[in-house]
Design a protein around this ligand. Structure first.
Ligand code: FES
Length: 191
C-alpha cells in the first residue's frame, strides 16, 4: 500500500515539466511528501523517486543532505528560528530559550509531549530587517517577542484558530531571494 496519496503522486509527476532540469523537481517533491506524511520515511522517498523516475539513492541523498527534510517524526507545528547574526543580535537566543520552555523540550528536534510542536535553529531566512524572525507553518513571524510566541502556541492549541493560522502565506521575500536550505552537517568519517 502506498504511503503517499494518489493525488500527491500525480502532483509530483507533474513537477519535472516546470524545471529546465527535471532533477530539480526532487526538492519540491520531497517537500510535498513531507507535508503530507509528516516526515520522510524510506517508503515515502521511494515513492517520490518512482514518481520522478529517479534513482532512489539520489532522492535519499538529497533528503539526508538538507536539514529542512525530516527523517524522523517531528511536531505538527515546527518553529524554524533563525539564529544567524542579525537575529542573534536582536535576541534570537532568548527566543529559542522561550520556545523551548513554552513547548517543553530541551533540544532541537525533540517532540513536545502532545506531539504538536518541535523547533529547529536555522540559517538566515532572508528577512533580517524583521529580526528576530522564524518560520512557523509556512509563514514568517517577525519582530518576535516572548508574548508573540505564547500567542502563536495558544492559536495552534485552539482548533478553530489553528485552521486560520495554517493558511499558507507568502514569505516576505520573492522566491528567488529566499535563503537557501541549510545542508545537514556531515559526521567525520571514523578511522
Ligand atoms: S539573520 Fe535572521 S533573517 Fe537574516
Amino acid at each position: 500500500m502506498s504511503v503517499l496519496s494518489e493525488h500527491l503522486i500525480e502532483e509530483i509527476r507533474e513537477l519535472p515539466a516546470k524545471y529546465p532540469q527535471p532533477r530539480s523537481a526532487v526538492m519540491p517533491a520531497l517537500d510535498l511528501a513531507q507535508e503530507e506524511a509528516g516526515y520522510l520515511t524510506p517508503e515515502a522517498m521511494s515513492e517520490v523517486a518512482a514518481a520522478l523516475n529517479l534513482d532512489p539513492g539520489y532522492v535519499e541523498g538529497v533528503a539526508t543532505f538538507y536539514t529542512l527534510f525530516h527523517l524522523e517524526p517531528v511536531g505538527k507545528h515546527r518553529f524554524y528560528v533563525c539564529t544567524n547574526l542579525s537575529c542573534t543580535l536582536r535576541g534570537a537566543t532568548d527566543i529559542v530559550e522561550h520556545v523551548k520552555s513554552a513547548i517543553g523540550v530541551h533540544e532541537a528536534g525533540e517532540l513536545s509531549k502532545d506531539g504538536f510542536f518541535s523547533y529547529e535553529e536555522v540559517e538566515c531566512l532572508g528577512a533580517c530587517e524583521y529580526a528576530p524572525v522564524m518560520r512557523l507553518d509556512h509563514r514568517y513571524e517577525k519582530d518576535l517577542t516572548a508574548n508573540k510566541i505564547d500567542a502563536l502556541i495558544a492559536e495552534r492549541r485552539s482548533p478553530t484558530k489553528a485552521a486560520v493560522a495554517h493558511a499558507p502565506l507568502p514569505s516576505p521575500l520573492p522566491e528567488g531571494e529566499r535563503a537557501k536550505p541549510k545542508p545537514r552537517a556531515r559526521k567525520p568519517k571514523s578511522g
